[in-house]
Design a protein around this ligand. Structure first.
Ligand code: FE2
Ligand code: FE2
Length: 313
């Protein structure tokens, strides 16, 4: 491995700053202002038990099926853990210059997602608000940890993939709810996630050109160890399985719609600027993706067989 030491990381932060500035400017010109309160059907709201002595939440009040609820809760808890992500980013790029401006802006936009989703789910009684609050406390208490070593390359390559993964997860969750209001809200949030992905992906395309070998090694490390940001949520493995069985987010999507297009955007397969370390990492990545594709296919087969058995019953 080409170690990305503190010095290289600091140099890259400086070298990439003009690119971050340009991408921030593009982002600000493209991003649309929107307001969480306009996405929430307040007239559906009624008092809860407690201070207002209303009706406590009960399962049958939820207009949304259990699978979509699982995805909604995991996605919202993921958004809630924002302070830890803010720290993970600001630790590597600092809080000055265009980098700092971006990190603050990004944080503010992500904060809007959690606000909007929580208001929507609470007013419509879609999920248990007490369980949700307890889980938020638990999840935030665990912070956020990444399997990868923390430096600008691993962190920023990770978020490039993660923003796209989150976009797709929100979008598919919205569709799965069969609730037009919830679908509209999640489509709105997904549009933000797409712009976030573009920022990171474009900045990191420049990082690839500046430092191809270290970039390729970092991308390999991230691809091999990728875990969704909400992986610290209690019961994440079980819940991810539910989400994958519903086709909201599974290995096929991860391989075809997240890893493949972002890697193509960095021209990973056709680059001619690698040294031996970059070549070796690209080779390993290619092998890894073949394995992932096969695992995804096996999962799809199992899921189809299970659906057939269920239909036959
Ligand atoms: Fe978000
Ligand atoms: Fe995002």
């Amino acid at each position: 491995m080409t170690a990305v030491d503190d010095r290289l990381s600091a140099d890259l932060v400086l070298e990439l700053e003009p690119v971050a500035a340009r991408e921030l400017e593009r982002h600000m010109a493209t991003a649309k202002e929107w307001f969480p309160h306009q996405y929430v059907p307040w007239s559906q709201g009624t008092d809860y038990d407690g201070e207002y002595d209303g009706q406590g939440w009960a399962d049958e009040q939820s207009p949304i099926d259990a699978v979509a609820r699982t995805a909604l809760v995991v996605n919202l808890l993921t958004e809630d853990n924002l302070p830890s992500y803010h720290r993970a980013l600001s630790d590597v790029v600092g809080r000055d210059s265009a980098w700092g401006e971006w990190v603050h802006r990004w944080t503010a936009e992500e904060g809007r997602h959690g606000t909007a989703m929580r208001d929507y789910l609470t007013v419509t009684r879609s999920v248990d608000p007490i369980a949700l609050e307890r889980e938020r406390m638990d999840h935030m208490g665990r912070g956020f940890s990444s399997n990868a070593e923390r430096n600008i390359l691993t962190t920023m390559y990770y978020v490039s993939f993660q923003e796209l993964a989150t976009r797709i997860s929100h979008r598919n969750t919205g569709r799965h709810t069969s609730d037009p209001g919830c679908d509209r809200l999640l489509a709105r949030i997904a549009a933000d996630e797409n712009l976030h992905m573009l920022f990171y992906r474009n900045v990191m395309a420049a990082a690839f050109d500046l430092n191809p070998d270290a970039s390729m090694e970092a991308v390999l490390e991230i691809a091999e160890n990728f875990a969704m940001p909400g992986n610290e949520v209690e019961g994440f493995t079980r819940r991810s399985f539910t989400i994958a069985m519903a086709g909201i987010y599974d290995l096929r999507i991860h391989h075809d719609e997240v890893l493949a297009p972002v890697l193509r955007a960095w021209n990973v397969w056709d680059r001619t600027d690698f040294g031996p370390a970059g070549e070796a990492a690209r080779e390993k990545l290619s092998e890894f993706l073949v394995g992932l594709d096969a695992t995804a296919a096996r999962f799809e087969d199992k899921r189809a067989a299970r659906a057939e058995r269920a239909a036959a019953k």
